[in-house]
Write a protein that binds this ligand. Structure first.
Ligand SMILES: Cc1cc2nc3c(=O)[nH]c(=O)nc-3n(C[C@H](O)[C@H](O)[C@H](O)COP(=O)(O)OP(=O)(O)OC[C@H]3O[C@@H](n4cnc5c(N)ncnc54)[C@H](O)[C@@H]3O)c2cc1C
Length: 363
């Protein structure tokens, strides 16, 4: 066997779909179906959706189309508007569709939790050896632990589906500030008359979510009724080294998420393509992925630093950026912000103390 892939989430299924074309591949999933329990808001860029449609019938999982985002300052007194095509997908269904396609190309084993004995793969039903092992087993990866890869660390996310009056059903809403998260942001992703309302934070996400729903000046009056569905999950904090000679990681196990949103689908999709291009050379896989994505991570970490600024500074920044035109900035590529350097610099010219604070704390 050329490759054994551990984990049948989107990273494992995409890797199996792409590698299974040319190699002898086995895919192991510990649950009966992947994508359960759901731990995703389902928001992906139009570009990511287009690419996913090449690999499965992703249209079936489409729930909503999004045209942009409203970014709320901590006090909600300033709202910025960003435009960009995106979609919301039902993750449980998307994972099932990808897994189904993977099963056409690879030997798939469900309800088989993988453990290791040296390089030997062990489940309750079989033992086998593979030339290469791919760890697509999520943020608590057994593969990563067993083969001593660095840990990506994680934030915690809590998400509740609730009835919600969106400002605009085609706009997601992002809420910044110390009261709504200690290190990230809170969000609402509209789905008709409900929304996925969530918080990503380092600690107490449930308390932050409660605050948001009960006290946020814009949100509290628009949430109706009680929680329809509640999900709790982890979001990796940083990309780690993810290749060795015989073993590599992909997806959350390697920390492959957009540092400034926690979205993982597009970054793991790029990784699956690089893995397939480079296989069986796993070092080359890491090299190619970094060559395409390194700058996106760098800019992404920079943007994420903003989320931990004190409310006072964030409020000033939002005021400075009011009417900022996000055209040309792509949600998957924070490096596209570079196109806006002149505009941002001009806005900061008459706010020297804020400009100094940004320089000191970002660079
Ligand atoms: C609340 C929340 C909201 C999110 N929202 C978005 C969003 O809007 N857009 C976006 O792009 N991303 C979002 N993400 C991130 C996204 O969900 C992840 O990046 C993505 O699921 C990672 O896919 P994966 O295949 O690497 O891991 P997973 O989806 O975690 O899949 C890992 C699979 O491995 C299996 N497994 C684990 N261990 C073993 C084992 N030992 N043997 C066999 N199988 C095993 C598990 O059962 C699982 O099926 C969100 C995450 C959270 C927590």
């Amino acid at each position: 066997m050329d490759a054994a892939i551990v984990g049948g989430g989107p990273a494992g299924s995409l890797a199996a779909i792409l590698l299974g074309k040319r190699y002898d591949v086995a895919l192991f999933e510990e649950h009966q179906t992947p994508g359960f329990p759901v731990q995703c808001a389902g928001l992906i860029s139009d570009n990511c959706y287009r690419k996913l449609k090449e690999y499965c019938n992703a249209k079936k999982a489409l729930e909503n189309r999004v045209k942009g985002a409203f970014f709320f300052s901590p006090s909600a007194s300033v709202t910025l508007e960003g435009r960009g095509e995106a979609v919301v997908v039902e993750r449980k269904l998307l994972d099932a569709l990808l897994f189904e396609r993977a099963a056409e190309r690879a030997d798939v084993f469900v309800k088989e939790k993988v453990k290791f004995y040296g390089f030997k793969i062990r489940t309750s039903l079989r033992e086998l050896l593979a030339e290469k092992i791919i760890g697509a087993d999520g943020v608590n990866s057994t593969v990563s632990r067993h083969f001593k890869f660095p840990k990506p660390g994680f934030f915690t996310a809590v998400q509740a589906e609730m009835r919600f009056e969106a400002l605009d059903e085609e706009y997601v809403e992002l809420y910044f500030g110390e009261k709504w998260s200690d290190s990230f942001f809170a969000y609402a992703i509209p789905l008709g008359d409900t929304a996925r309302i969530g918080v990503v934070s380092r600690s107490n996400p449930m308390q932050y979510l409660k605050n948001l729903v009960e006290k946020h000046p814009s949100v509290s009056g628009r949430v109706k009724g009680s929680v329809i569905e509640l999900n709790i999950g982890a979001i990796p904090e940083r990309l780690v080294k993810f290749s060795k000679e015989k073993v590599a990681l992909i997806g959350d196990s390697a920390g492959m998420v957009k540092p400034y949103t926690g979205g993982g689908l597009y970054y793991l999709l790029v990784a699956a393509e690089k893995l397939a291009e480079s296989f069986p050379n796993l070092r080359e896989y890491e090299k190619r992925y970094l060559s395409e994505m390194k700058n996106e991570y760098r800019f992404g970490y920079l943007v994420r630093k903003l989320y931990s600024f004190p409310d006072e500074k964030l409020e000033q920044l939002f005021s400075a950026m009011s009417d900022f035109d996000f055209a040309g900035v792509h949600m998957d590529s924070p490096s596209t912000l570079i196109r806006k350097v002149t505009d941002v610099s001009l806005r900061l010219l008459n706010r020297p103390s804020l400009a100094f604070y940004l320089l000191k704390n970002l660079i």
